[in-house]
Design a protein around this ligand. Sequence first.
Ligand code: ADP
Ligand code: MG
Length: 750
Amino acid sequence: MTTVRDPLDRVFGAKTAKALNEAFGLQTAGDLLRHYPRRYATRGELTELSSLREGEHVTVLAKVALAQRRPNGNRRGERLEVTVTDGTARLTLTFFHRVYFHQKILRPEAVGLFAGTVSSFRGRRQLIHPDCEMLPETSGPGVAAEIAADYATELIPVYPASAKIASWQISKAVQTVLDTLDVGEDPLPPELRERYGLGGLAESIRAIHRPLDVDDYRAARERLKWDEAFVLQAALAQRRLAAAAMPATPRPRVPGALAEAFDARLPFRLTDGQRAAGETISADLACAYPMHRLLQGEVGSGKTVIAVRAMLQVVDAGGQAALLAPTEVLAQQHYRSISAMLGPLGQAGQLSGAEHATRVALLTGSQGVAARRSALTDVFTGDAGIVIGTHALLEEHVRFSDLGLIVIDEQHRFGVEQRDALREKAPGGRPHVLVMTATPIPRTVAMTVYGDLEVSTLTELPAGRSPIATHVVPAADRPRFLARAWERVREEAGRGRQAYVVCPRVGGTGPGDPDDEPAGADAPGPDDADGASGGAGSAPGALAGRRPPLAVLDVAPMLEQGPLAGLRVAILHGRMPSDDKERVMRAFTEGNVDVLVATTVIEVGVDVPNATVMVVLDADRFGVSQLHQLRGRVGRGSAEGLCLLVTETEPGSPARERLDAVAATGDGFSLSRLDLEQRREGDVLGAAQAGRRSSLKLLSLLADEELIGKAREEAAAVVAGDPELARHQGLSAAIGDLLGPQRAEFLDKT
Ligand code: ADP
Ligand code: MG
């Protein structure tokens, strides 16, 4: 008997096990069984040979048309040239060894699977020494009619294969496992399977590898998708339950204190969404177990106000609150704006301080010794109720008096470990955690990647916010349009407004130098683009031969001496010392700079209502969600914002279409879906899971939204009724297998 946990080298010889591990990282029988066929070939439908590309490793199903031995030119002996066809196009198979053997099996009219790397010889595409697997004959003398009929309709699984191990070798390995497989207890409760009409585990695994017909494999896929969704959701439900069992100090609302005084000071009415999210958070904080909440809302939807109200509730209840920002610029900006919002409420110990007043402390990596020492003291004594900072907050010698709430702004830029480190600063019990993000997360991603956080969403912007008009400026075919863009910047400056010019790169030390800006959430990884993703839609081939992306250090002087001469231009990027960054930001905030030429350092949170125009250069180098974030910077005030996406991409190209989509809609959620569609989901999951291998093989976060939603409900119900899963051994085992020790740890830390 083989179980899913058996290591492959115990099922096969070491050689096959090694090949499977090296090619695909498959280690156990269960891993192999989840290495699903990429597609199924039927004898009647040969592979379209015209679509093969040179250099590709392929497995094709084709029929032999012709086999000829030919003398080798300057070498001795003969070679075998076999022409195979799909009925239209042709492909040559060339054999230098075992010529007679191959001639014997590759008879005209025989159908087989051929695997190899496509090369070309004298303009013809060929496979040299492909692996061959001939299908059994279905006609001719000696073939029983039933067998012929069987094979005529048989679906032949085609597996993701490699040069080391061919599709049918994988197929055989799978068959070996299937022959002796004991799948164990089904993770899906029978009652649930019945309600959703799902097949049993053993039969579904068999059917996805060896389907009888198309319906058979479709049903199997559906069932196995359920496994992926349900097991993950059950794990997350257990996590949520465990978190709820942790102790936390309740921080209930205290009437007549800071939080109320703050509300009374607000110069605007909260939106209904802000009010509702605020109520939910307030109730969470009053609980004796820690809050884990994700607050998402468009740029400018007013998340900070909600955070401040939550922090004040905690301060009123005797605790401290920490706000963690991803960059120094943002931490400083939060410090300034929150201090201003609080006014006398944040000036404890000063003459101007109000009754119950607290103090706001700022802790960044680069502040002076004196400022730092005094901030540390305030944090330690508890005099500072609100502590704002960057990573510096995570350092060991930062000690809180009584940390009750951690607010993380723009969660994507924080690693799991960092969140952990901060949590440890509340030794008495776990602090409440509020994560804020302006990168809209599709519901399914929220349910899986952030599945153990509760989610609140702000869907409306405060009234009076003007829309942002976005236009694509084709710089290559319409150079006049670019000139017009700079004129617009001058016009706005003439009205006393300000502008951003965003470039994908810092420049100066060469394109290969990564800047210290962390890559955006939607950037697949750091590249030369200084935070610009350059990812979605821009095939590597499309980039070849292109000039390097525009850089802040080159563009700024060009503008100053050219189209923007006479305006006050400043630069901002992540490689600047933080003193300089702060000086520039302050000058811009105070209106002493007309045009800020910057990298994506301004992507999150920078708030200057007087800035009304943004020109994004080489806009195609940025991800869709990132562009949406960026343009949010010019919708802060009451004047209408304008965002110009400058690009040299061809009309109709995928890159241009992405920009057109950004220009056409202001809805961040639909753009984030577009982002998801255009990138491999692994990237999305990968970014959030710190590069771990995704456990989702069949499940699509885009297409299976409904299934994931149902699985979440069902899993939560099962876990609620049986928290230890004592009566659901199959599920319990599957959680252990699917998540593995590493992933379980990841979930633990979220
Ligand atoms: P974000 O969600 O992007 O963090 P902020 O909290 O920074 O948004 O809010 C953006 C701006 O809108 C701030 O200047 C803030 O004071 C203002 N604001 C927040 N809520 C409201 C409201 N209900 N009505 C009017 N302005 C608001
Ligand atoms: Mg914000």
